[in-house]
Write a protein that binds this ligand. Structure first.
Ligand code: GLY
Ligand code: MN
Length: 462
C-alpha cells in the first residue's frame, strides 16, 4: 500500500471533480472456480485499489461529495472466519489505515442510499463488470440488472480517468517493478525457445516467475508459434525451427501494477532471412513510436505515422504497392496489422478498460476511427506527461483475412496478393514495450529487454 495520505488526497480530488452526490465504489468479491468455496486468486477492483488501497474482499467505499465524508461499508469477520483465516483487522482498522474515518456494516448502506435518493441526490457508480456487483447495485438502487450499466455515472468515469491517466512517481516505480519481473520472464523464455520444447513449458516458466515475484500474470500469457492469431491462448504446440514464437506476457506487482511486454523470437535462436526482414520492419515501427512520443501529439497520429513505416517496409518487400500515404489512408496495411498501436497501462493491463474504451482513449477532440485496423486503437487521444501506454506494432499473416480481402478485392490496388500468398505459412510478430510520456518525449520503462535481432540471437545463444 502507498501511504494513507496518497489515498486521502486521491479521494479529496475525486469528490472535488464529481462535485455533488454520493459516490459508490465497490470492491470485488471472491469468485468461484468450480464450486463455491474453491475460488480464483482474489483480485481487488482497480478503482477501489486506487482510492482505498485495501485488498480485502466485499468492501464498499462511499464518498459523500457534499459533506466530504468517506465511508467503508463491510461486515467484520466472525469467529468461524477467524478459525479458517486467522486474525484479521476489523473493518474500522482497515478504514483507518487508509484515512477513512467512518465505517459501518454493509446493511447500513441501504438506508443511506434510500435517503440520498429521497433527497434527490445523485448516486454515482461505475459500470460493474462482475455479476455479483451488478446485482448488488441493482438491489441497492432498485434498477433492473440489465439497466445497471446504462445509468453508470459519466461524471464519475471522467473524474476517475482524469486522475488515473497521470501516473505519479510512486506508481511509475511500481510499474517498473512489474517490468523488471517481465524482464526475467522474457529472457528466461527466450533461452528456452528451442525445438522440441512445448509452448506450455515456456508459459509455465513465465507464470512461475511472476508468482515468485509476488503477483499473478497481468493477463493470460500468449505464447505461441501461431502468432498470426492475435490473442492465441493455446499452449499445446511443440516448437519447431522455422516458426516465430510470439511471447506476450506481463505480470502484476503485489500492489497490482502491471507490465505488458511482447517479444517475438525465432525458434532455435537464429532468424532466417525472411523472418529477419519482417522483424526489422516491425522493430522500425516500434522505434518510430518511441521517437515520436511526446506530450501534445495524439496517439492516433502516432499510430498513423507508425503505419507508414510498416507500409514502406512491406512495399520494399513487394507485398504492398502504390503511394505509402495512400496505402495508410486507405488502411491497406491493416491486412497485416488489424489492431491498434497500444493502450494505457497501470492498475489494469488495459488500464481502466472497464470504464469503456471510448471514455479512456478518446475525447471530444480525438474521435475514434471506424476504419478496419485504426478503429481498434484503444488509446487515440492527445498524450500528456505521466501517461503510461504500450507501443506494440505487429505483423500477422492471417490466411483467412488474406483470402477474404483477395476474394473481395479489398484494397486490391495496394496489395500484391500473389506475393502475400507466399507468407501464409509465416505466423506473426509483435514487439511491445511500455512507455512513459515525459515533459519532452518519452522513456521506455524498465531495464531494456533484448529486442534487436543481434540482442535476441545473443540471449538465445546463452
Ligand atoms: N498484451 C495483450 C494486449 O494488449 O491485448
Ligand atoms: Mn498490450
Amino acid at each position: 500500500m502507498f501511504s494513507k495520505e496518497t489515498y486521502i488526497s486521491r479521494r479529496e480530488q475525486l469528490r472535488k471533480d464529481v462535485k455533488h452526490g454520493l459516490i459508490i465504489i465497490q470492491g470485488n468479491n471472491e469468485a468461484s472456480f468450480n464450486y463455491p468455496s474453491n475460488t480464483y486468486r482474489f483480485r481487488q477492483d482497480s478503482t477501489f485499489l486506487y482510492f482505498f488501497g485495501l485488498q480485502r474482499e466485499d468492501l464498499i467505499g462511499v464518498l459523500d461529495c457534499d459533506s466530504g465524508e468517506d465511508w467503508i461499508y463491510a461486515n467484520d469477520y466472525d469467529l468461524d472466519d477467524i478459525i479458517w483465516m486467522g486474525n484479521l483487522p476489523s473493518v474500522k482498522e482497515l478504514a483507518a489505515s487508509v484515512g477513512v474515518a467512518n465505517s459501518a456494516p454493509k446493511a447500513a448502506l441501504t438506508d443511506v442510499v434510500n435517503k440520498a435518493i429521497g433527497a434527490g441526490r445523485k448516486i454515482h457508480y461505475l459500470p460493474p463488470y462482475r455479476m455479483k456487483n451488478m446485482m448488488e447495485l441493482s438491489n441497492l438502487l432498485g434498477i433492473n440488472t440489465s439497466h445497471v450499466n446504462r445509468y453508470a455515472s459519466l461524471e464519475l468515469i471522467h473524474a476517475c480517468v482524469k486522475q488515473r491517466s497521470i501516473k505519479s512517481a510512486e506508481e511509475i516505480a511500481e510499474i517498473e517493478k512489474a517490468i523488471a519481473t517481465a524482464y526475467e520472464m522474457h529472457t528466461t523464455a527466450m533461452k528456452m525457445a528451442m525445438p522440441g520444447r512445448y509452448e506450455y513449458e515456456l508459459a509455465g516458466a513465465m507464470e512461475g516467475i511472476a508468482l515468485a515475484h509476488g503477483g499473478p500474470v497481468s493477463f493470460p500469457i500468449i505464447m505461441t508459434i501461431n502468432g498470426q492469431t492475435l490473442h492465441n491462448h493455446n499452449h499445446s504446440n511443440q516448437l519447431k525451427v522455422g516458426r516465430m514464437l510470439v511471447m506476450d506476457a506481463g505480470c502484476e506487482t503485489a500492489m497490482n501494477y502491471c507490465s505488458d511486454i511482447t517479444r517475438s523470437v525465432p525458434v532455435g535462436g537464429k532468424f532466417d532471412a525472411r523472418q529477419k526482414a519482417i522483424y526489422e520492419i516491425v522493430l522500425a515501427a516500434n522505434m518510430e513510436v518511441i521517437r515520436l512520443t511526446k506530450p501534445g501529439i495524439t496517439y492516433k497520429e502516432i499510430h498513423t505515422q507508425m503505419s507508414k513505416i510498416l507500409a514502406q517496409g512491406y512495399k520494399d518487400l513487394n507485398i504492398l504497392k502504390g503511394n505509402v500515404d495512400d496505402i495508410v489512408a486507405n488502411g491497406a496495411h491493416s491486412i497485416l496489422m488489424p489492431h491498434g498501436l497500444g493502450h494505457m497501462m497501470g492498475l489494469d493491463v488495459h488500464d481502466m478498460e472497464n470504464y469503456g474504451e471510448i471514455n479512456v482513449g478518446y475525447d471530444d477532440e480525438t474521435i475514434r476511427s471506424e476504419q478496419f485496423g485504426l478503429g481498434f486503437l484503444r488509446l487515440g487521444r492527445k498524450l500528456q506527461p505521466g501517461f503510461v501506454m504500450t507501443d506494440e506494432p505487429g505483423c500477422y499473416f492471417i490466411p483467412a483475412l488474406i483470402d477474404k480481402w483477395h476474394k473481395d478485392g479489398t484494397n486490391a490496388e495496394f496489395i500484391n496478393f500473389d506475393e502475400l500468398e507466399k507468407y501464409k505459412d509465416f505466423g506473426g510478430i509483435r514487439i511491445e514495450d511500455d512507455l512513459l510520456v515525459t515533459e519532452t518525449g518519452c522513456q521506455v520503462l524498465g531495464k531494456p529487454i533484448p529486442k534487436t535481432v543481434a540482442e535476441i540471437e545473443e540471449t538465445m545463444a546463452q
